[in-house]
Write a protein that binds this ligand. Structure first.
Ligand code: FEO
Ligand code: CA
Ligand code: CA
Length: 739
């Protein structure tokens, strides 16, 4: 198996192909609200601005220093009114689209490579040879592959969290997946469909997961500290515990954990999130494809409900062996390091095999980066699906906490979790115990986008919203069943099928939430709706690309500026497109300096509230440009207009009413970086002062099929194999990035 086998010819990640067969919802069946958009947009927008912190995705979490302090014990003397902040202004020359094998940034900036695949993070581990000969046993102390979501936690001299920290920090990042061709002497050794070299599999176990590394600034330059006692790797062998409704239930019992309290490892960690108490959230996205389950062996041993769950989550691919075929290694170890990836019924009971192994993945996982020996915890109250990320909403003392979460597959949903407990700033620094307080008990919702620009949050709870034992497609049994089968619950509730929900981001200026919808080849002209309004043909090198190939970004405002509200208003902030596309495709009037395709990573700066960073994971516009990072200064929900567009995909024509945000122009959207060949730009974080921007370059040269001729040689150049890596971007005059 090579990297090439992971994508179809159109560049679609096979793991992102949808498994949602429901008819949820047909907008033509929805009843239009009698409330006008003008009225709705007058409520709540901007009213949350008094006490906001958002700390999702990357970033320093720097807002905690001001908005979440407990109430003062005595009235403070009146302070002079603060001077109004000057409006932000993008202050760099746009980077041109490029197919070069380099990282391009604007004049006046420097991008430096900080942390590459295989780099050692412990004393005594040798430098990475990068030719497939590095010792497998060292990989638990090396950088993983496919760097993804990332957070910078500033640290003080006592190694405690300092959100304002600008010269020393912990950089915590996900390693989503691997490009096997570059990891071994000549790619994976597979004989007769079986992995025959256990050493290769051991490398791969360690190359997934999460890195925690100490980074330091000297002058204007950043480096990581190889021998820091705070460095840590979390990978597929790391023990993790469960909490929340599914913990210690039959669904999670395995040979490894006979009471369902724990599992080993985390996998396909895509985007990330944070907590206001200073921990990191890593999100398990395309985990389903790693499991072996041969239908012919297993189907007859399963209940109808189990089969419905497998189908809805896509467990077992076309050959059922799992994408890396880890379960095929023989002999197995005494602790089932390989056999645990076989999720078939083999033994007498669930504690004799790993028939429930798939249920132990698909979660949001909390890691305390300040306590290297701590056990990560899978938070089951936040639901099990293809978790892209978990963006923390506004943080207000005395109010519940909220996280917004995308489920990235075609036609999946947007979710949010609202804690039962109200935020108490005394919990800052509380680690995993604070997580137990806020993340194990709360309400899980899924979003329904209405045709009139309103929306509803539908609670996923046994007994409400059609989530009952009488639901025809999946008879729900209990609270654990609902979170484990959250996709079925969301189907039952009537959620809106979206064009692949990726990252969420919360605007610290007004609490509005942005959602990247990266693309969707399964959105026919007759199947559009107001929130997923486009279906068209965007040919690439003469080949048709239909559906919504370039993606868009929806944003919404929870009612009253209250993230616990169960209604919202929305519009489409931005549409990806070639600048040369027709007006019904290039709905945001993008030009040469800001056109893009397939938005994915997205994060609001905390040092510069209102500045949005937007990253692409694209295979549709790659005839013209490599993937990129753009800087944006968005307005707010409703700043554009209602519009009815005409969709034409070459054979079919249709119209669709939607709401299009104000066209950004280059003053509000500008390309800041273009990456090397065949990469994705993802993961973003900044130092506490906003003067260092950390960005991940994932899988350069991924499409290579011949190890002797890599498509990319980034970052080391020459004839080297390419490596995923973190770059740090600084302004040559030491100023803030992008402004
Ligand atoms: Fe891993 Fe949905 O991107
Ligand atoms: Ca992503
Ligand atoms: Ca993606």
């Amino acid at each position: 198996m090579t990297a090439n086998n992971r994508s179809d010819e159109s560049g679609i990640d096979l793991d992102d192909i949808g498994t949602n067969p429901t008819a949820n919802p047909s907008f033509t069946d929805l009843i239009a609200s009698r409330l006008s958009r003008r009225h709705l947009f007058g409520l709540g927008v901007g009213t949350a601005g008094t006490a906001l912190l958002q700390a999702c995705g990357g970033g320093s979490d720097g807002g905690v220093s001001f908005p979440i302090l407990p109430p003062a014990p005595a009235p403070a003397p009146p302070a002079p009114p603060p001077a109004p902040a000057a409006p932000l202004k993008l202050n760099f020359n746009a980077v041109a689209k490029s197919l070069d094998d380099v990282v391009s940034v604007p004049a006046g900036y420097t991008a430096s490579v900080l942390y590459r695949l295989g780099d050692p993070i412990a004393a005594g581990v040798p430098a990475y040879a990068n030719d497939g000969t590095d010792a497998p046993a060292t990989y638990d102390r090396r950088a993983g592959d496919h760097h993804d979501g990332m957070t910078f936690f500033g640290i003080n001299a006592s190694n405690k969290w300092d959100p304002a920290g600008a010269s020393r920090g912990l950089l915590v990042m996900n390693h989503e997946a691997i490009t096997p061709l570059f990891l071994h002497p000549t790619g994976q050794t597979v004989v007769g469909g079986v992995r025959t070299v256990a050493d290769e599999v051991q490398r791969e176990f360690y190359l997934h997961g999460v890195s925690v590394i100490e980074v330091n600034k000297t002058g204007n330059a950043w480096s990581y500290k190889q021998d820091s006692s705070l460095n840590r790797r979390v990978h597929t062998l790391t023990e993790m515990s469960f909490s929340g409704p599914a913990a210690k239930t039959d669904y999670l019992k395995t040979k490894y954990s006979t009471d369902g309290s724990k599992t080993r490892g985390t996998l396909n960690n895509c985007a990330n999130g944070t907590t206001p108490w200073g921990t990191y959230l890593t999100c398990e996205e395309n985990w389903a494809g790693y499991f072996r389950r041969i239908k012919a062996n297993d189907d007859a041993k399963r209940t109808a409900k189990e089969l419905a769950s497998f189908s809805r989550y896509g467990v077992a691919g076309s050959d059922g062996l799992g994408r890396e075929r880890w379960a095929t290694v023989t002999p197995d170890t005494i602790d089932n390091l390989y056999g645990r990836w076989n999720t078939e019924v083999i033994g007498a009971t669930a504690t004799d095999d790993f028939r429930n192994g798939h249920n132990t993945y698909g979660w949001v996982v909390e890691i305390d980066p300040f306590t290297p020996a701590s056990t990560p915890k899978k938070r089951t109250a936040l639901g099990r699906f293809g978790h892209e990320g978990a963006c923390l909403g506004p943080v207000v003392v005395g109010k519940p906490l909220v996280w917004y979460m995308g489920d990235d597959s075609q036609n999946e949903y947007l979710y949010k979790f609202v804690s039962t407990k109200a935020w108490d700033a005394a919990d800052i620094g509380g680690g995993i115990a604070a997580g137990d307080k806020y993340m194990d008990d709360g309400k899980l919702y899924v979003a329904k986008f209405n045709a009139d620009g309103t929306g509803n949050w539908l609670e996923l709870k046994l007994g409400v919203n059609n989530i009952t034992s009488g639901y025809a497609k999946y008879a729900f049994a209990d609270a654990a069943d609902v979170v484990i089968n959250a996709r079925h619950a969301a189907d039952a509730a009537g959620a809106t099928k979206m064009d692949r929900p990726e990252w969420t981001a919360v605007n610290p200026k007004n609490g509005e939430v942005y959602l990247t919808l990266t693309n969707n080849t399964a959105r026919p002209v007759g199947g559009t709706d107001a929130a997923n309004p486009r279906s068209y043909n965007d040919p690439k090198n003469g080949a048709a690309q239909k559906g919504n190939p370039n993606g868009h970004i929806v944003r919404f405002a929870d009612a009253g500026g209250n993230p616990t509200a169960v209604t919202f208003t929305w519009d489409c902030y931005l549409f990806g497109a070639r600048s040369t596309a027709s007006a019904d495709v290039n709905l945001s009037a993008l030009g040469a300096d800001n056109d893009f395709s397939s938005p994915d990573g997205m994060w609001f700066s905390e040092a510069a509230p209102g500045l949005l960073w937007l990253e692409t994971d694209d295979g549709k516009y790659t005839d013209v440009t490599n993937c990129m990072l753009l800087a944006a200064l968005p307005g707010k929900v409703g700043d554009g207009a209602a519009k009815t567009i005409t969709n034409v995909d070459g054979g079919t024509t249709g119209t669709q009413a939607t709401f299009v945000g104000k066209a950004p122009g280059t003053e509000s959207l500008r390309r800041f970086l273009v990456g090397p060949k065949d990469c994705e730009i993802t993961g973003i974080a900044e130092s506490g002062d906003g003067r260092a921007l950390f960005v991940n370059i994932q899988h350069p040269g991924e499409g290579t099929s011949d190890i002797t001729a890599p498509i990319s040689h980034w970052p080391d150049g020459g004839t080297s194999r390419p490596r995923s890596a973190t770059v740090v971007i600084t302004k040559n005059d030491g100023g803030r990035i992008g402004l």
